[in-house]
Write a protein that binds this ligand. Structure first.
Ligand code: ADP
Ligand code: ADP
Length: 229
């Protein structure tokens, strides 16, 4: 059974743009899977379905085999299991300090101050941002902001982490460090889904690659299957 699956998802924006057209996409537990496609292919739109931020026109999202329900309870459950790191960290970071930002999710789901503090410390350490607790996020570099955004998701302890273009805007060194972090998290058992517009290290090191074009998955398989023909 897949840990997460998009079945026949179609999505239209309010201006009539059909951003997703009958998408099928599934990920097995513990995998690292990439979604490769040009700008405008539909990557962000698909990702925003994985924890119910977007509700499809047609089709369904299954998490652990269970259909995502678009009510308060269903959405809360989905958001605890699936953490999404947006492409632009400025869309995600809004608290006055790094530690308050990372603490926001855990406090929001009702965890104690003590448990929250522990999660904030652990998550910042995992992304290599310990020591930045009191800094305002908007003073950080792009790469540092991405790491804090990831820490905020890690602090929620999700089963699945979805990252929209996590290496975009980073220099090659920053990008390779980012990937190293994601592989470490994957090695510890987290299921990871990453989008990219580049045939870079991300797809090559994935368990599976899905290629999206004009809102449809046009190829799917291991990197070997997808790139060697
Ligand atoms: P919806 O109502 O489906 O959320 P809107 O049309 O209200 O979408 O647009 C939401 C945001 O996305 C707005 O800021 C808008 O400027 C931007 N936007 C609109 N059209 C596009 C497009 N084709 N590509 C990217 N962004 C767009
Ligand atoms: P990607 O993440 O692969 O760059 P998107 O999911 O952002 O692709 O966009 C998919 C399609 O939907 C594109 O045609 C884009 O212009 C359109 N789109 C994105 N956001 C909006 C919006 N808010 N309103 C209308 N169209 C949009």
């Amino acid at each position: 059974m897949s840990i997460i699956e998009a079945k026949n998802i179609t999505y239209l924006y309010s201006d009539g743009t059909k951003a997703l057209d009958n998408i099928n996409f599934k990920v097995e537990k513990g995998q690292i899977v990439s979604l490769l496609g040009k700008n405008g292919a539909g990557k962000s739109t698909l990702f925003l379905h994985f924890n119910g931020i977007f509700e499809p026109e047609n089709g369904e999202i299954l998490i652990d085999g269970e259909k995502l329900e678009y009510n308060k309870k269903g959405l809360l459950k989905a958001r605890q299991k699936v953490g999404i790191v947006f492409q632009n960290p400025d869309d995600q970071l809004f608290a006055p300090t790094v530690e308050e930002d990372v603490a926001f999710g855990p406090l929001n789901i009702g965890l104690s101050q003590e448990e929250t503090k522990k999660r904030v410390t652990d998550s910042l350490k995992r992304v290599g941002m310990e020591g930045y607790e009191k800094k305002p996020p908007h003073h950080l570099s792009g790469g540092q902001k991405k790491k804090v955004a990831i820490a905020g998701i890690l602090a929620m302890n999700p089963e699945i982490m979805v990252l929209d273009e996590p290496t975009s805007g980073l220099d090659p060194k920053g990008a390779s460090k980012m990937l190293k972090l994601l592989y470490e998290l994957n090695n510890k058992g987290m299921t990871i889904i990453i989008s990219t517009h580049d045939v870079d290290l991300v797809p090559l090191y994935s368990d599976k690659v899905n290629v999206i074009k004009n809102g449809t998955i046009i190829k799917e398989g291991t990197p070997h299957e997808v790139f060697d023909d």
